[in-house]
Design a protein around this ligand. Sequence first.
Ligand SMILES: [Zn+2]
Length: 128
Amino acid sequence: MNVSAELECWKCGASLASILLPFRRLEVCPECDAEVHVCRMCEFYDPSVVEACVEDNAEEVRDKERANFCDYFKPIPDTYQARDSSAAQAARTELDTLFSRGSSAETSKSTSTRRELDELFGDSDDSG
Ligand SMILES: [Zn+2]
């Protein structure tokens, strides 16, 4: 099981595929040097609950962005996207579709999206 291939830095979104699992306690992101053995990367992290942890047996970790000693630490993907606006992510997906190579099945969708972009960035007719 090569879960790390899907993991992203909770802070900058960089791929953590180069880091072997399980994370060592002082493992850091190759891009931004953020510590990755942290609550923010963990399956049990939930800012809506007490101590921001849904694992009852885990000891309290006061700093959610610093390396912890938690035995229950389990890194999960998408910890970065959770902080991003979904709108930005959607826009990026649209652009990826536009510039993707050889996806003829998406042609009609790409065309309509391209037209919307042209209208957004093109000249309007009501000038002059
Ligand atoms: Zn990072």
